[in-house]
Design a binder for this molecule. Structure first.
Ligand code: MLT
Length: 206
């Protein structure tokens, strides 16, 4: 098997052209977001890798030094690794690399943002649940063809409203079409978030 396919992962074929790249939160794994992906788009193919970094036994997509303080060197390296994995998976499973939408939660949403900023060719859309600014690149990418939903929680102590607003501004400055919604919730996902994602997807149709 191709070396770049070297992430533990699940792939579920779909009946449409879209593939959802499912990116779990800290302590999750490749099975976690499969039901969420099927809820959001029952026709899409699903590609769900497990983060390679372990924090006290809990899988993550990149190292952090403390809550909200990220190891930027590791983040950059892991972002490149994940982008190479998605590219290799599109050849292996024969899905369209131009129709990949990230659906990430928390740590998974943060690496999805990093993919958008550092390897923008990987995604044409993203649904970011409880995300924050993981890094600010020296040069902003051109995200003019990318549609993004940011689903934040009004009472989220981890991804604060101020950080969410910074993220919206950063992605907009890069040219992306960004919608931001604030659920009456904290860091955990709620049914409202899933309904918001479904409605956004139906309208934006990336
Ligand atoms: C992160 O480390 O990416 C964020 O703090 C979210 C999380 O707790 O995983």
């Amino acid at each position: 098997m191709n070396a770049a396919l070297d992430f533990v992962h699940k792939f579920v074929p779909g009946s449409s052209e879209r593939t959802l790249l499912l990116l779990h939160g800290t302590g999750g794994d490749e099975s976690d977001l499969i039901p969420l992906g099927q809820d959001i788009d029952p026709t899409a193919a699903l590609l769900s890798p497990r983060g390679k970094v372990l924090e006290n036994g809990m899988p993550r997509f990149f190292r952090r030094l403390a809550e909200g303080v990220f190891d930027e060197e590791d983040l950059i390296h892991r972002t490149q690794e994940l982008a190479d994995f998605v590219a290799a998976a599109s050849t292996h499973y024969q899905f369209d690399p131009k129709r990949v939408m990230a659906v990430g939660y928390s740590n998974g949403a943060n690496i999805a943002v990093s993919l958008l900023l550092l390897r923008p060719e990987t995604l044409n859309a993203a649904i970011l649940f409880r995300s924050m600014v993981p890094l600010v690149p020296k040069q902003l990418p051109d995200l003019a063809r990318v549609q993004i939903l940011i689903a934040a929680g009004k009472h989220d102590p981890i991804a604060s409203a101020a950080n969410t607003q910074r993220l919206v501004a950063l992605l907009q400055q890069s040219g992306a079409k960004v919608s931001a919604r604030f659920a009456d919730a904290a860091h955990e996902l709620t049914d409202e978030d899933i309904e918001t994602a479904r409605q956004w997807l139906e309208k934006a149709n990336p």
